[in-house]
Design a protein around this ligand. Structure first.
Ligand code: ZN
Length: 153
């Protein structure tokens, strides 16, 4: 794998995990009767899958490459912290679900920003920059939803 493919392979893991997590969060909100937030999570899962598909296409992957974050080493020697998602709890309220989603988007943003800063490869730089900008928008969007969410006692 060249540097571009390596970057895209990890981006694929990240976006796949994000999409799965949004599916879980959507189901919880649906069960809780919060159709509005469920619909929002559906659209966020779509964004993650769009990034995933874009990374698959650009990397020329026909199957999802299985990568291990513990072995993540960047050619420049930098090893960013593996983005991880905390567990979803079926009893989560709206605020907790939005906070978990925000945490995930924030970690994605940090990952892409770090890649953008660390790489010497112009293609990785362009991709990571684009993805980082979109994750920053997702972070801002979640903050808006959180500001409107009812506060837990
Ligand atoms: Zn995102």
């Amino acid at each position: 794998m060249n540097e571009v493919q390596l970057f895209l392979a990890y981006a694929i893991q990240l976006e796949r995990e994000a999409a799965r997590r949004y599916d879980e969060l959507r189901a919880i909100m649906h069960t809780a009767g919060n159709a509005e937030v469920a619909a929002f999570f559906t659209s966020m899962a779509l964004f993650a899958r769009r990034h995933l598909n874009e990374a698959m296409e650009r990397g020329g992957f026909h199957e999802i490459p299985e990568m291990d974050w513990r072995e993540f080493r960047w050619p420049t020697g930098m090893s960013p912290e593996a983005p991880s998602w905390e567990g979803v709890d079926a009893m989560m309220d709206v605020q907790a679900a939005l906070l978990l989603a925000l945490d995930g988007e924030h970690r994605s943003h940090v990952f892409y920003s770090q890649m953008h800063a660390a790489t010497q490869d112009p293609e990785v730089k362009r991709f990571a920059g684009e993805f980082a900008a979109e994750e920053a928008e997702h972070v801002a969007e979640l903050q808006k939803w959180l500001a409107r969410a009812p506060m837990a006692e």
